[in-house]
Design a protein around this ligand. Structure first.
Ligand SMILES: CC[C@@H](C(=O)O)C(=O)SCCNC(=O)CCNC(=O)[C@H](O)C(C)(C)COP(=O)(O)OP(=O)(O)OC[C@H]1O[C@@H](n2cnc3c(N)ncnc32)[C@H](O)[C@@H]1OP(=O)(O)O
Ligand SMILES: [Co+2]
Length: 134
């Protein structure tokens, strides 16, 4: 089922500061910010060649990462995103095996313009898993 590692996501309290850390201190190539109101976050991507790091900060009053940042005020690793060939087939198989698919179960369009879904961290060894249609 799982394909490539698409990105590792780090939730941050200040996206501009985190961008400067990756761009200036670590010398990385960082994209322009994308405000994704439907997801309640603003993100940038650090291009590493073989995969990406997604830096994300809350956007709006109901951001799904607000709780995480309240517990981790300096920021921290938030989720991991794997590519799948068929996100609907993956969802149906996982739900059939009792895994919790977050939200209403229907994929949303992610930062790369592809369908994405999230799986509950408690079902995947304490790790929030994002699936993205390859
Ligand atoms: C940019 C678009 C897209 C992309 O294309 O890449 C994105 O990445 S959008 C990213 C932001 N969107 C999401 O994260 C959507 C999915 N997330 C959620 O629905 C919620 O964050 C959550 C996973 C249901 C957690 O909700 P929250 O209110 O923060 O906490 P709870 O109290 O309900 O958490 C239950 C339980 O899970 C633990 N938890 C919470 N977040 C994480 C996490 N990131 N990693 C691991 N564990 C997490 C939390 O600590 C609770 O555990 P206990 O305290 O032991 O009960
Ligand atoms: Co993501």
């Amino acid at each position: 089922m799982l394909g490539r590692l698409n990105h590792v996501a780090i939730a941050v309290p200040d996206l501009a500061a985190a961008t400067a850390t990756y761009r200036d201190t670590l010398g990385a190539k960082v994209s322009q910010p994308q405000a994704l109101a439907e997801h309640g976050v603003t993100v940038v991507f650090v291009d590493l060649g073989n995969t990406k790091v997604e830096l994300l900060e809350p956007l709006g009053e109901t951001s799904p990462i607000a709780g995480f940042l309240a517990k981790n005020p300096s920021g921290g690793m938030h989720h991991i995103c794997y590519e799948v060939d068929d996100i609907i087939a993956a969802r149906d198989r996982l739900a059939g095996e009792g895994a919790r698919v977050l939200g209403d179960g229907e994929p949303k369009t992610g930062a790369h313009g592809k369908p994405v879904l999230f799986l509950h961290p408690k079902d995947f060894v304490g790790t929030l898993v994002e699936l993205e249609q390859a």
